[in-house]
Design a protein around this ligand. Structure first.
Ligand SMILES: *Cc1c(COP(=O)(O)O)cnc(C)c1O
Length: 383
């Protein structure tokens, strides 16, 4: 039987040797590899500035610190997303205001965004759902009209472009994740990219306690430094950065393989009447193909668990993006008193979809196998 995990980092001798090279020295943090990783990431995305962080959640937290988010402030957040997007707002005592998805792409319904803006709204959290870019022209127009700071959550959008510009650069900041199942990995890790010098400088300081001079060798008197602002410890270490540098050498191959797998799988799934697929890359919208969500049409959706069980029995890894809309998760639901029937488009994605693997660890023949097993499973549950 085949075994096709949903996500699987691709690590080779290059990554292992790079890690050993770090361990042969003594510089484990504040070193040259983080700097190099930032440089190659900035070059790949076309960013003016890139600042490596301990995770995407840390990157989001640092981004909101820039605008001094606080109690009484509101940030507009998509309902159908990773909980980190909302948690990053809650950390400041500010309030995430959720917006439903649009049916076509699963991305935030930009038209609805404007209807929930108040004079307390300080920022927009824009998440490119499963790597499919949001229309940043429309987001930009709203941000400009109301003077809002735009944080792009690009955790699944490495290699995604809108209008030929890499995601994360049309808003004020873009935040990336290098968790193991993302497009590249450093174990844990993240990155902030921005076109604004002042944002990059503040993020870099706050990532390291708000200290004015972090590089020990540059301090005139050993141990002497000042603290200019509030801050945290959200640094990436040299071991992680060494892995990231190697992963960035292969990111083009990773992305190509994802696109090929996605296109092959999507083309075959389109012939199955019982399922529907979201809109993917076209024109100025270029996806990074994190996974392929297959949406079970009604009434087949009631059999999702059985279908997933049959696929698991055949060695196929899957996931659900996301198990519930964030405002239906217990913490947010009870805190803000959301109803079960709110956010219907997001809720349908949560209850009807199955996320299928398309990562570079998957081969073309695996994709055909997945399609066969899906057809078998649907036939069986309909019997
Ligand atoms: C994975 C993910 C995050 C969190 O990233 P970490 O690096 O684990 O903090 C945030 N947002 C989205 C959309 C994600 O997929």
């Amino acid at each position: 039987m085949r075994s096709i995990p949903f996500g699987c980092p691709i690590l080779g001798d290059e990554e292992r040797n790079a890690v050993m090279e770090v361990l042969r020295g003594h510089v484990l943090t504040h070193g040259p590899r983080v700097k190099e990783f930032e440089e190659v990431f900035a070059k790949f995305t076309g960013a003016n500035y890139a600042v490596a962080t301990a995770s995407c959640t840390a990157a989001l937290h640092l981004s909101y610190s820039y605008v001094d988010l606080g109690p009484g402030d509101e940030v507009i957040v998509p309902a159908e997303t990773h909980v980190a997007a909302a948690h990053a707002v809650e950390l400041f005592g500010a309030k995430p205001v959720f917006v439903d998805s649009e049916k076509l792409t699963g991305n935030v319904d930009v038209e609805e965004v404007e209807t929930v803006i108040t004079d307390r709204t300080k920022a927009l959290s824009i998440v490119h759902y499963l790597g499919m870019p949001v229309d940043m022209n429309r987001v930009g127009a709203i941000a400009k009209k109301y003077g809002l700071f735009v944080v792009e959550d690009c955790a699944l959008a490495l290699g995604a472009y809108f209008n030929g510009v890499h995601c994360g650069l049309q808003g004020d900041v873009g935040c990336f994740s290098f968790y193991p199942v993302k497009h590249i990995t450093t174990g844990e890790g993240g990155m902030v990219i921005t076109k604004h010098k002042n944002v990059a400088e503040k993020v870099a300081k706050q990532r390291a306690f708000g200290i004015d001079q972090n590089v020990v060798s540059k301090r005139k008197i050993p141990g002497m430094y000042d603290v200019e602002m509030q801050g945290s410890n959200y640094r990436l270490n040299e071991i992680a950065a060494a892995i990231g540098i190697e992963q960035m050498k292969r990111v083009g191959d990773f992305l190509r393989k994802r696109r090929e797998n996605f296109e092959l799988l999507g083309e075959r799934l389109r012939s199955i009447d019982e399922v529907e697929l979201l809109q993917t890359s076209h024109g100025e919208f270029q996806s990074s193909y994190y996974c392929l969500p297959m949406i079970l049409k009604e009434p087949l959706h009631t059999k999702r668990t059985e279908i997933m069980e049959l696929l698991v029995q055949n060695g196929i890894g899957m996931s659900i993006y996301y198990p519930k809309p964030v405002p239906h998760m217990a913490y947010y639901k009870s805190k803000y008193d959301y109803r079960d029937n709110s956010f219907p488009v997001a809720a349908r994605l949560s209850s009807n979809s199955i996320a299928l693997p398309v990562g570079p660890h998957v081969q073309a023949e695996d994709m055909l196998y997945v399609v066969d097993k899906i057809k078998d499973a649907i036939a069986r549950v309909k019997r």
